[in-house]
Design a protein around this ligand. Structure first.
Ligand code: XIL
Length: 343
């Protein structure tokens, strides 16, 4: 399918997306710089132009999760994921697949599955193999399992439907099925509060070490990085990131957004807030630049423009400005801060 907004190959326009070597995130960053997007954004020409200019990695913010893709038990719906993959191919970027198994995006019919555990296992195996196999060689990576570890409760494995029906081994199985479907795609474990909760991070490390010890094909770890200007500490971000790197695993800051107004006291995005956010992001990217190049999978912002951020509704706070562009597509100081590092 050709999406006309993007400049299709047969229209004679340049489809590489890299023709303009003005400073931009994608032109200046030594590793892929990405954004999470929704399918509706691809109908907005300004949005598409900004994506083409600035980002060379996209993550489906919603549409490549199991709920939208497998809402109908009779068939997996690939419409939106196909569009994302074609968009990336036409603009010279990559797609990071998000996410194969996530307790928070599981269709009701799977949550309430009434067949045997063996039937459930076959269903999940086929789902993973069908989805990963469809994009074999075209998608760079998948979050195979997202948020499997509880925040509290001793940081045990979350009691998801996958855990209930397949047991703790569901994680290893999911990675193996994904690898069978695509021998080269990078496979990630992704979770939040990795730098903020030492116990949870240690549980994640134990899980990953166990996968490695059992020859389970895991390539990397995603730190979601839904953070604030003052939380968690930079020291914790660096210490936890370094432990992933020390294992030779790829590190993806997979869902970065930086809250500036957690106490909801601000009613406008002041120059002071902008500067604080700039310095915070700059420090984080500066550290990321220092990890071994071959382990820099990339940094992905969880959205493009402040007004599209999931945090506004999630936190019930219209006065939050966590991303790199404002609602009018203008680059914010945090954006300039990142470019300053790359120059
Ligand atoms: C959020 C999206 O931003 C929302 O649009 C969606 O409705 C719910 O999920 N951790 C994740 C992401 O791994 O998938 C979540 O994204 C944010 C938290």
């Amino acid at each position: 399918m050709c999406i006309s907004l993007l400049g299709c190959k047969d229209s004679g326009s340049d489809t590489s997306g890299t023709e303009n070597l003005e400073p931009s995130l994608r032109n200046s960053s030594p590793y892929p710089f990405g954004a999470a997007i929704q399918i509706k954004h691809l109908n907005d020409v300004n949005y598409v132009n900004l994506l083409r200019e600035e980002f060379n990695s996209i993550t489906g913010e919603y549409q490549m999760k199991m709920s939208p893709m497998y809402n109908n038990p009779s068939a997996i719906n690939f419409n939106d994921s196909d569009t994302f993959v074609e968009f990336a191919e036409q603009t010279g970027g990559r797609v990071h697949g998000h996410a194969l198994l996530w307790h928070s995006s599981t269709p009701a019919w799977i949550e309430n599955f009434s067949g045997s555990d063996a039937e459930f296992e076959t269903l999940i195996e086929n789902y993973i193999k069908d989805v990963v196999g469809r994009y074999k060689g075209r998608i760079a990576s998948w979050d195979v399992v997202n948020e499997a570890i509880e925040d509290g409760n001793g940081n045990a494995l979350r009691n998801s439907v996958f855990y209930q029906k397949l047991g703790p081994d569901y994680i290893a199985k999911a990675f193996r099925w994904a690898r069978e479907a695509d021998p080269d795609v990078k496979l990630f474990y992704n979770d939040y509060n990795m730098a903020a909760n030492g116990d949870k991070f240690n549980a994640m490390l134990a899980l990953v070490d166990d996968l490695i010890a059992n020859d389970v094909p895991i390539d990397g770890v995603g730190f979601q990085m839904h953070i604030s200007t003052d939380w968690p500490s930079q020291a914790n971000i660096e210490a936890s990131s370094s432990q992933v790197v020390a294992r030779g695993l790829l590190l993806h800051y997979s869902e970065l957004d930086v809250k500036v107004n957690s106490d909801k006291s601000a009613t406008s995005f002041t120059p002071e807030l902008a500067e604080t956010q700039k310095q915070r992001i700059k420090t984080i990217v500066d550290f990321y630049n220092s990890i071994p190049e071959e382990l820099q999978f990339g940094i992905t912002m969880w959205g493009v423009k402040d007004d599209d951020s999931w945090l506004r509704s999630f936190l019930d706070n219209e006065n939050e400005w966590p991303l790199l562009f404002d609602e009018n597509f203008n680059a914010k100081p945090a954006y300039d801060g990142i470019l300053e590092l790359f120059e």
